[in-house]
Every structure is written in C-alpha cells, then in structure tokens.
Design a protein around this ligand. Structure first.
Ligand code: SF4
Length: 342
C-alpha cells in the first residue's frame, strides 16, 4: 500500500491524522515546520522529533516530491517541468523568473474538462483532480531546485482550479499560513474560466487575486470559444465577479482576453468589452495567442493588438498586453499538456 503523502496537510489536518495513529499534537507541531519551512526531504532529518516518531513516520507516511521526468528551459529563462505522479500520470508546472519576482504556475487537474477551443490543455482527456499534496508539491519542487525565493503563485496551469475547490482551498491555506509558506494574499492568483456555483464567492474569503478568462465580449462568441459560457453566461459571471470584489476587498479583478485574429479582435469587440467592464474595478490582460500544432486559430497581428489596447485605455479601462513567456518550450498560457495514462 502506498504511503500517505503529508505535503498537503494543514496543521489541523496533520494533528487529526496523527491523533488516529497515537501520535500527539506536539509531534504534529514539530513536524509541520520541518515540512513547510525547512523543506525537509526525509523524516530522518527532523532532528527535534523523537527517534521513535521519525521511524513511525518513515514507515507510514511520505513527504516525497513527484518524480521529475524532464525540465525544459526557454531562451527567456522560463522553465517547464513534467512531473510524474505516483499513479503514472504526468502534469506540467512552470517557473517564470523575472528581475524582481519569481512566479510558479501551478496545475490543479490532470487534463481539463472545460474544453476551451483555443487551449492545448483542453485537448487532453480529463483524468482526475490533483490531491492537495500533488498541487503543493509543484511549489516544493521549484523551491527545492531554484536558488532564488519564489514570490508569486498563479493557479493557471492545467485544469480549472475551481472544479477542485477543496484541494485548492487546502493549498491556499498552506500558502498563506505564516507558520508554513507565508505568502502574502496579494501574491496569489487563481484563474478561472468562470465556474460559478458557490466557488467564486467561497474563494473570496481568502482575499487573494482573481483572474477571469473572459476572451469574448458577447455570449455568442464566448460560448463558441468557451462552452462553459452556455452554463454561466457573461452577465452571471460579472455578477459573481462583483460579489467577489466586495467580499475579498481586492483592489481589482483581472480579466484575461486572448486576442484571436478576426474572431474577437475587432473595434466592435473592444467597444462591447468597454460597455461590459466599465462598472467594475478591473484590469484587462490582453494576451497574444500562443499557437500550437493543430490549433484552428491565429493570433491577432501587432497593429490589431495595439488598436485594441488603445481603445480600452482611451475609455479609462486599465489594460496591458501581457508579455508571453516560454513560448519556445510550450510553457506559455494555454500551452500546457501533461500525459494521462488512462
Ligand atoms: S483555458 Fe483553462 S479552463 Fe479552458 S480548457 Fe484550458 S485549462 Fe481548461
């Protein structure tokens, strides 16, 4: 039987897990910082934990990171790792170093059931949600091997994070916990395709940043690009976004807008977008399309991108063209694709 991996356990969860086995709260309090602050890779190295407890942990639990199949490095220093999970499935995670910060892009599912037409990950069969340990292990993986501190986390890898809400929440709790990874809430972003239910609202209690993949300014185009829009249309999505903003007290919501040639990049698309967003404190990230083999779309040309940007800016909407990273190793937005064994 495989051992239970403890990387994704919050302190309270660790205490109740230990209680079941006869270990104490004090044992949990001693082990927890070894895992999350000192990044111990074996129970044996936990020098203030009694030897018999270490032996017990060694026999019954693990703090192993996933096996690394490959790491590719882009010409712009972005790195993409293919990690092999215990069941043989693979996921991808990306490290994006910049002058003043280093961001890790985390996957939350194997494959993705949402099936956005422009997304490479969406072409991969959905297999399952990642466990909390598998999600946070991606951050451990980069912390173990990258010499500079990881400053930002974005849940923008494979999968729709809000469809794996419980494990996402667990991971966020560990990232924000000052006795664990101690990230500021301003440094964590969850990106969603707009899965509403109660999840967007429930997420707000963490006060972290929310990015919404909008990609179109009317329901007809959005439903074509993102079938999830047939269930949760733009009006419903924006209502949820406003509620999120109110509860989370975040400064702004980010809307991601992928510019696709002759699909959603015209002047009238820009005008519709302005009408939609003028009542919400937001920032628009315009994204240039990262092509992949078999994709049916072409990215908008440079002039179109600039026109779209200027139209938004002149209407008073905050907007930027997001710099694409790791294109040459398929590490950019919407390009991740692990391997599923089923
Ligand atoms: S864009 Fe996100 S939600 Fe859509 S298919 Fe890709 S991974 Fe899934």
């Amino acid at each position: 039987m495989s051992k239970i991996n403890l990387l994704g356990f919050t302190l309270e969860q660790l205490k109740s897990e230990f209680l079941k086995t006869g270990l104490t709260d004090l044992d949990a309090k001693r082990v927890f910082p070894w895992i999350h602050v000192k990044l111990a890779q074996s129970f044996n190295s936990m020098s203030d934990v009694p030897l018999n407890v270490r032996d017990f942990l060694q026999s019954n639990y693990s703090i192993d990171r996933p096996e690394c199949s490959t790491v590719q490095k882009s010409s712009d220093e972005t790195q993409k790792a293919l990690l092999k999970l215990e069941d043989g499935n693979c996921i991808e995670t990306v490290l994006i170093p910049e002058a003043k910060r280093t961001t890790v892009c985390v996957s939350s599912q194997i494959g993705c059931p949402i099936g956005c037409k422009f997304c490479y990950t969406g072409t991969q069969k959905f297999v399952r949600n990642l466990t909390s340990s598998e999600i946070i292990s991606q951050i451990f993986f980069w912390k173990d091997r990258f010499e500079k501190p990881i400053t930002n986390i974005v849940f923008m890898g494979m999968g729709e994070p809000l469809l794996n809400f419980e494990n996402l929440s667990n991971t966020i709790e560990l990232l924000l916990d000052e006795k664990a990874h101690n990230f500021s809430r301003h440094k964590i972003t969850v990106s969603t395709s707009g899965v509403i239910e109660n999840e967007i609202i429930n997420l707000a209690r963490w006060g972290i940043k929310l990015a919404i993949s909008l990609h179109a300014s009317n329901d007809e185009k959005r439903s074509y690009l993102m079938p999830i829009n047939k269930k949760y249309d733009i009006k419903t999505l924006l209502t949820a976004a406003k509620k999120y903003q109110k509860i989370s007290r975040t400064d702004h919501i980010t809307f991601e807008y992928l510019l696709l040639k002759d699909i959603n990049d015209t002047d009238s698309d820009a005008s519709e977008l302005i009408k939609l967003l003028k009542f919400i404190r937001c920032k628009v990230n315009l994204i240039t399309f990262n092509s992949w083999l078999g994709s049916q779309f072409i990215g908008s040309d440079g002039n179109r991108v600039q026109n779209f940007l200027s139209t938004l800016l002149s209407s008073g909407i905050r907007a930027i063209v997001r710099k694409s990273r790791g294109n040459d190793i398929l590490a950019a937005c919407g390009q991740l694709k692990g391997r599923s064994s089923r």
